[in-house]
Design a protein around this ligand. Structure first.
Ligand code: CA
Length: 720
């Protein structure tokens, strides 16, 4: 059966439903018909391996192996895999969201936390939910990404960039509840605005588990559990101790405080839980990874160079109470942004003749860890990529043997893996058939240099404590002088502790997407910043099939079965050259054997040019506008009036520069709140926005006069 369905978002019969501050655009609600209920029960989730046609959790099943036993699509016929349908997203930003497939519906979170449900038979959009993030309150602009969602008894759960956890009715797309995950005890201060959620929640035992990002922004890490029905907080586990004068929340934090010195709590401490969390029905434990200690440079953070628990660790807690059970710290005394949050999975392996239930994690610090799931005992730790900060891990103590120079006290160190990581958030897969873990691995370098004393930045707020872009005479950088990131797909044997095969590196500067492994002897991976989705032979690494997605691929594909047919679904889309206004062709792609749908040819795009009105404001007004711009706008829209990354508009080329009313409609009245640009009416008066517009008009005229010289080598705009 070959069907060709091509549906864009323009075909929808839709109704706008306003629920609280969120918007749900729901065909089901408009027609009064209820869609499928996503009735994901505890029993279904624990037994998910018996329903291989479904993809009900972030990692496929609770083991998070991202392995499917489906094999209708396999190494001998994958050459005929073709597009069945696609559906466009209303966004031009990066897609990191791993979809779910449940009972005929694909659910996927897209950039800016916009959530879609598609009928998997027709590709028709069933509903769309926009949580209306308060982008104007965010101090965290690393990206407007969302990595995934969870399902439980008729609801879909998603974290938001403004640190809410929301529950949405799976049939209608209407918001059921929305909970601010930032504890009220922190007040409405700066720290609250620096938490941000990009990770996928996990649902188990009637609860939804979520942590938050912000480790570079002076926050204190945590993971919390919420009642799936009500959104009420059940427990919260702080990953680092707070101010001892206020007492500790539990004994585990009291013990952890002994591994810190100085006034660490003033810096927040870090240890944010921003990606990996695995509920394990075998042990009834919840495992999660914790992020880097903050600031990066330990000399800035605390004087004694202690271990700083529980940063850069895997921690296990009781999922019902949040009570500490065990921890394993991968990077004691972290000085390298070595978050231990990379995706992990559980597996049953035969090691030295014994069946062991283990946790597997290729970590950002370059080591592949095998850990006993019930106890946290280290079984093995081996470098899986280029690594130069430790000579190995002492199996007696479980501690890395750190190369002294790697602490960059007296001179810079060309760190490998660099802060980009030997492997980042991109999901891995494990095939029990081949016994191999498929890792989107990176070879990454980053120069670490001690900050000039007194210039590490004040406590709180954005702080790394290092000297960025340290200049070192060519050829003198230690231990060698290499740059950048090169991604590849690597097949790692966790029992033999070695690479079995790996692909050649992708082009320089290209990372990878997440991966999917199937019983059809296949591994699927996208070419990160490239545009190609590829299927590899799981045993040999041979390339068997590829598809031009017309856009970057970051999220891991999934597979499912519907009406006896196996499908592969990939959520694609990424930063286009040309900035925010350029289309990126972000969409859901669904493939089947013999699929014949064809993507439309990308429309030619002409970048917006500088076309400002004449600059007539006084120098004093322009200078005042520049100060306001720097304070309120630059974090998203870029220093000196312009932004060349894709996530936010470059304001020197916006037509809004021609009209103060139009400018105010966005900045004061918030007409683009659905795009994350809320109203600044609480902060700015009309004379302020007039000054900001005058500054931008002035900058645009300066840049226009400079012509091509407006940009330095490398594309950075010249300062005013
Ligand atoms: Ca980090």
């Amino acid at each position: 059966m070959i069907r060709t369905r091509v549906l864009g978002m323009g075909l929808l019969l839709s109704a706008m439903v306003v629920a609280g501050s969120a918007m749900s655009d729901s065909a089901a609600a408009a027609s009064g018909r209820a869609g499928p209920a996503a009735n994901v029960t505890a029993k279904r989730l624990v037994n998910a391996a018996r329903e291989p046609g479904q993809w009900m959790t972030y990692g496929g099943t609770y083991s998070e192996q991202r392995f499917s036993t489906l094999k209708q699509i396999n190494a001998s016929n994958v050459g005929s895999l073709g597009l069945d349908w696609y559906a466009d997203y209303e966004t031009n930003q990066d897609q990191h969201g791993s979809p779910l497939y449940i009972d005929g519906v694909i659910y996927v979170s897209t950039a800016r936390d916009v959530l879609y449900a598609f009928d998997a038979r027709t590709g028709k959009q069933l509903w769309k939910y926009n949580p209306m993030i308060h982008g104007e309150r965010l101090r965290y602009n690393v990206g407007l990404v969302n990595r995934g969602i969870a399902a439980w008894r008729g609801k879909i759960y998603m974290g938001t960039l403004d640190a809410r956890l929301v529950a949405v009715d799976a049939r209608t797309g209407k918001e059921v509840w929305s909970t601010d995950t930032v504890p009220a005890s922190l007040g409405l201060g700066k720290m609250a605005n620096e938490y941000s959620i990009t990770m996928a929640p996990r649902a188990a035992r009637g609860k939804v588990f979520i942590g938050a990002s912000g480790g570079e922004f002076g926050v204190r890490g945590w993971i919390a559990a919420y009642d799936a029905e009500t959104g009420r907080q059940v427990w919260r586990f702080w990953t680092v101790p707070g101010n001892p004068a206020k007492g500790f929340e539990n004994k585990a934090l009291e013990r952890a405080a002994k591994t810190w010195s100085g006034d660490w709590w003033k810096f927040g401490g870090g240890g944010t839980v921003w990606d990996a969390a695995v509920y394990d029905p075998v042990t009834n434990l919840l495992y999660f990874g914790t992020g880097n200690a903050s600031p990066w440079n330990q000399r800035v953070r605390e004087p004694n160079l202690d271990d700083d628990l529980y940063t850069a660790s895997i921690v296990a807690v009781n999922p019902d109470t949040g009570q500490y059970v065990w921890h394993y710290q991968e990077t004691p005394a972290d000085a390298w942004d070595y978050d231990a949050v990379s995706p992990m999975m559980t597996a049953d392996l035969t090691i030295a003749g014994h069946r062991r239930h283990v946790i597997l994690q290729p970590s950002k610090n370059g080591f592949f860890y095998v850990i006993e799931a019930a106890t946290g005992k280290l079984i093995s730790a081996d470098p899986f990529t280029v690594e130069n900060w430790a000579t190995g891990v002492d199996m007696e103590t479980g501690r890395p043997i750190v190369v002294p120079g790697a602490r960059y006290k007296d001179q810079p160190w060309d760190l490998a893996p660099g802060v980009q990581g030997g492997h980042s958030w991109h999901p891995n897969a494990f095939s029990p058939l081949t016994g191999l873990v498929y890792i989107p691995a990176w070879e990454a370098y980053f120069t670490m240099a001690n900050a000039t004393p007194g210039r590490g930045g004040p406590p709180g707020g954005f702080s790394l404590g290092i000297s960025m872009g340290a200049r070192v005479a060519p050829g003198t950088l230690k231990p060698y002088d290499r740059r950048g990131v090169r991604g590849r797909l690597e097949a790692w044997d966790p029992v033999a502790r070695k690479i079995v095969w790996e692909t050649p590196p992708l082009d320089n500067g290209r990372p990878t997407s997440g991966v999917l492994a199937t019983a059809g002897n296949l591994v699927f991976m996208g070419d990160g910043g490239g545009k190609v989705l590829t299927a590899y032979n799981a045993k040999t690494g041979a390339k068997l099939w590829n598809f031009d997605a017309e856009t970057a691929i970051y999220a891991a594909p999934i597979t499912y079965e519907l009406d006896g047919v196996q499908y592969v679904a990939a959520s694609v889309g990424g930063a286009a050259q040309g900035g925010y206004f350029a289309p990126t062709n972000a969409r859901m792609l669904v493939f089947e054997l013999g699929g014949k749908a064809v993507l439309p040819k990308p429309e030619p795009y002409t970048p917006r040019t500088l076309n400002p009105p004449p600059s007539t404001a006084t120098a004093a007004v322009v200078a005042h506008g520049g100060e306001l711009y720097s304070q309120y706008c630059s974090i998203c829209h870029g220093a000196n009036g312009m932004q060349l990354r894709s996530s936010f508009p470059n304001l020197t080329v916006t037509p809004l520069l021609w009209t103060q009313d139009g400018f105010n409609a966005v900045v004061l009245q918030g007409v683009r709140a659905d795009k994350g640009m809320g109203s600044f009416a609480k902060d700015l008066m009309p004379e302020d926005t007039a000054a900001i517009r005058a500054y931008l008009v002035s900058r645009a005229n300066e840049l226009k006069a400079l012509g091509p010289r407006a940009f330095r080598r490398g594309g950075a705009p010249r300062p005013p």
